[in-house]
Write a protein that binds this ligand. Structure first.
Ligand code: SF4
Length: 348
């Protein structure tokens, strides 16, 4: 089996009670079957507290004021403190780690919804890389019965090219995003025409600095409607998107503002580049299961554009929280990811 890990994956450490937006707050924490069985067998006073903290119908932890019922007033998990890390359910044990399975390949990434990972990513010394190693473990072949390994091979090859484009900081990130979008469109056309062997020949189209800034910006402003209409964890998030959209509607004809937002200084641009690389890595090859090549590339492209615009509309402040809130609200809802895929698919 081949294991690919995003850089920082093994080094990541949860900061628990120091976390500004704990993953134990705001969303429903689902409990896997094995953990539910273990929790039901827990006895004594703590066992009682545990049972009273679980919604067995929905198989998730109950919440008090949007906080997990096992989270104490000091911001620490009572389950972790009383029974140790091993007692945590799968969701809590792995977050913010994420695994995508592709037959004999496992791809491990870190979620941008975790403030501590975002802090790591924003460090100038953090560089997005994929570290690969191999072991002798084999999968159950029945699990991937309908798996199209030729398509995966083509997607993997295309993603390598896209990640190469993403790293080319001789060109502004804005151009690299446009290049990736146009490449994804061409790949989708090959796939839709049943010509997947042609996919290897698709390369990026060169863009110049000034190409499409106004039209792409107008598209990005209009398409914020998708974000506004999504399900939200906190209404304040929807309010912030509405306010950013208004800002951009007011300023979309101001060339200086547009250029400052889309061509930030190199340190800030490098952060957006790493977000783009992380999202491409996480989403793109999943097209082997649904054929949504363009939409999956666009999740990475358009999320990066929106984040650049949200940051600028927020007076270039609080980039860390803009990133993790975006990821919590958009990426961590299957409904919202489906809404994005449907939206980008409708452009084809
Ligand atoms: S969001 Fe990240 S740092 Fe915060 S509590 Fe969860 S895993 Fe830890």
């Amino acid at each position: 089996m081949i294991h690919r890990k995003q850089s920082g994956y093994d080094a990541f450490k949860c900061i628990a009670d120091k976390c500004p937006k704990s993953c134990c707050e705001g969303w429903q924490i689902m409990i896997d079957d094995d953990s539910i069985d273990r929790y039901q067998n827990e006895s004594g006073h703590f066992g009682q507290r545990l049972l009273e903290s679980i919604n067995f119908t929905e198989q998730c932890f109950l919440q008090n004021n949007s906080r997990c019922a096992m989270l104490n007033d000091n911001g620490l998990c009572d389950l972790h403190s009383s029974l140790g890390e091993e007692s945590l359910c799968y969701t809590c044990k792995v977050f913010p780690r994420h695994v995508e399975e592709f037959q004999d390949i496992r791809e491990y990434s870190l979620s941008l919804a975790c403030p501590e990972f975002v802090r790591m990513l924003m460090e100038p010394s953090y560089r997005f890389d994929i570290i690969e190693n191999e072991d002798d473990l084999l999968d159950d072949p029945d699990e991937f019965e309908d798996y199209d390994f030729i398509l995966f091979d083509k997607l993997n090859f295309a993603r390598d090219k896209m990640l190469h484009i993403a790293k080319n900081n001789n060109r502004p990130l804005w151009e690299r995003l446009n290049q990736t979008a146009s490449m994804a469109l061409a790949l989708q056309e090959c796939y839709d025409q049943g010509d997947i062997f042609e996919m290897d020949s698709i390369s990026s189209v060169a863009y110049s600095n000034s190409d499409n800034i106004k039209s792409t910006l107008d598209y990005s402003i209009k398409s914020m409607d998708v974000l506004i209409n999504m399900e939200v964890l906190e209404e304040s998030w929807r309010d912030s998107i509405i306010s950013a959209q208004k800002y951009w509607k007011r300023n979309s004809n101001d060339t200086q503002i547009c250029k400052s937002a889309m061509f930030p200084d190199s340190n800030t641009e490098f952060i957006f580049q790493k977000i783009f690389e992380s999202l491409l890595y996480t989403y793109f090859c999943g097209a082997v299961y649904d054929g949504q090549i363009y939409a999956r590339a666009m999740i990475a492209v358009q999320s990066t554009r929106w984040l650049m615009m949200l940051y600028y509309a927020n007076h270039c402040k609080d980039l860390n929280s803009i990133i993790y809130l975006y990821s919590r609200e958009v990426e961590h809802s299957d409904l919202n990811v489906d809404a994005l895929i449907t939206f980008f698919e409708s452009e084809l």
